[in-house]
Design a protein around this ligand. Structure first.
Ligand SMILES: C[S@@+](CC[C@H](N)C(=O)[O-])C[C@H]1O[C@@H](n2cnc3c(N)ncnc32)[C@H](O)[C@@H]1O
Length: 259
């Protein structure tokens, strides 16, 4: 299976895929948080927390330049902020769906620059496409992406764009769903492919987005293939840590020191 990118139904090329993904997330933005927590029984909180904890040494550096891309409504960003010392350089929280990003900004942006508490750290919203980041090359110490990378129209181009903006030795963390094997995997597949889209349809009031979720996870490269892709796009020390029986997992890597 070639590792290309997300293919929402009806999208004919990468531009069409990106547009369909953006419209889909904008359309579910008002119900996104509720659906997330219901459908994952709040385990999503544990995944964001674990992923953030993995990057504690970088987060503890107040000058570190950090991007949470595909930040959506900002829960990964909030988990990262818990490890930032007071008054740190703000985290950049990027997404191309304005409806998602504006909800995130209400959580991570705080009360506005003049009214900010000195003991807290904040993030700033960046409306941006992950495949064309408006950031200088070799400018970031850490990029994190939670449940967003799978939606990119081109995985290889996404990894190359992240490698461009990371400093040599900078770190990457991609939290994504996976398909567990064995008996557990079979049981989970029934939930993920049948029950979850049905609940999503009821809460969301439409069919598309939560039918797209299991399809997109099925189309996403499995860990061995994703790690191989990372190694060929400018990363070293590539690893995958399964979470919760492999339902999700964290890919980690370092930007190669020599291009
Ligand atoms: C499933 S949500 C994840 C949101 C959040 N990170 C979380 O863990 O809840 C995926 C997000 O990725 C964003 N996204 C998908 N493709 C993108 C792209 N090319 N550039 C920027 N954001 C993108 C979507 O707009 C959406 O907000």
């Amino acid at each position: 299976m070639p590792a290309t990118g997300a293919k929402p139904i009806g999208a004919e090329d990468e531009a069409g895929a990106a547009q369909a993904v953006r419209q889909m997330f904008d359309s579910i933005a008002p119900k996104y948080d509720l659906l997330n927590h219901v459908l994952s029984a709040n385990v999503d909180r544990l995944w964001w927390w674990r992923a953030a904890r993995r990057f504690r040494p970088i987060l503890a550096n107040p000058d570190a330049a950090i991007l949470d891309i595909c930040c959506g409504t900002g829960d990964m960003t909030m988990a990262l902020l818990k490890h930032r010392p007071a008054g740190s350089r703000p985290i950049l929280a990027g997404d191309f769906a304005r409806g998602m990003l504006s909800r995130g900004a209400l959580k991570f942006g705080g009360p506005g620059v003049g009214a900010r508490e000195p003991g807290k750290s904040y993030a700033v919203a960046l409306e941006a496409d992950a495949l064309h980041l408006p950031l200088k090359s070799a400018s970031l110490d850490l990029i994190v992406s939670a449940f967003g990378f799978r939606n990119l129209a081109n995985y290889e181009a996404g990894l190359r764009e992240f490698a461009r903006v990371l400093k040599p030795g900078g770190q990457l963390g991609i939290l994504e769903f996976s398909e567990p094997g064995g008996l557990m995997g079979k049981a989970y597949a029934v939930y993920f492919r049948r029950v979850l889209p049905a609940i999503g349809r009821i809460i969301c009031g439409k069919d598309g987005p939560y039918s797209y979720l299991p399809v997109s996870v099925g189309n996403f490269p499995p860990p061995a293939k994703m790690l191989q892709l990372m190694r060929t796009t400018g990363y070293e020390a590539c690893a995958w840590q399964p979470y919760t029986f492999g339902i999700a997992g964290l890919y980690t890597a370092k930007r190669e020191a020599i291009a």
